[in-house]
Design a protein around this ligand. Structure first.
Ligand SMILES: [Zn+2]
Length: 192
């Protein structure tokens, strides 16, 4: 789907995929949900389809996103959680009225409340996911991306817990390329 907007980075963990809709926080930030429609598109990918989204709801979503990012970063560093971030996450979690539905095939889907509050309900699901991850209820470990311009908090579910980048295709690749060119330069200098 070509939309003229930055592509989504789709991870398997809802909460940290959501924080990944803003990347390069320590470089030149890339906003991947710049418009309400892009938030609608992103939510649909994660089974949280909503009919509409207002500018205010988009702002609300970004507030939750940055709060999850702040709390997850603190958790990864084993710092105490910022109180304001905890407050925002809990506020969204209690406000949402989504229900988990067991499908006949044995899967799970989310049923959101009435159309006007769809975004709030979807954000409630994301907030609850963030709580599960930060509280250490899920199998994995919060870590920070090794890229100095990124430093995104991600959830490492690798067996060895040694994943270094939030996203292999972007941050990981860039770092590998940088190392490759640096080593070529070094070889070149050594030959002279
Ligand atoms: Zn990264």
């Amino acid at each position: 789907m070509r939309t003229g907007f930055p592509d989504f980075r789709l991870g398997s963990v809802l909460a940290t995929s959501f924080t990944g809709t803003l990347s390069e926080r320590h470089g030149t930030p890339v906003e991947r949900i710049p418009t309400p429609q892009r938030l609608i598109d992103w939510l649909a990918v994660y089974g949280l389809a909503v009919d509409s989204c207002t500018t205010a709801q988009l702002e609300f979503a970004r507030e939750l996103r940055e709060s999850i990012h702040a709390a997850a970063t603190a958790a990864a560093l084993q710092d105490s959680l910022p109180a304001s971030a905890v407050h925002v996450i809990n506020d969204h979690s209690t406000r949402g009225r989504a229900a988990a539905i067991l499908t006949p095939e044995g899967g799970r889907r989310w049923q959101l409340g009435d159309p006007a509050s769809g975004v709030e309900d979807a954000l409630g699901v994301i907030a609850a996911d963030a709580i599960a991850v930060i509280a250490g209820e899920r199998d994995g470990k919060l870590a920070l991306c090794a890229s100095p311009t990124c430093r995104a908090a991600f959830f490492d579910t690798s067996r060895s817990r040694t994943r270094r980048w939030c996203d292999m295709n972007t941050c990981g690749n860039r770092e590998k390329k940088a190392r490759f060119y640096a080593s070529r330069r070094m070889n070149h200098t050594a030959k002279q």
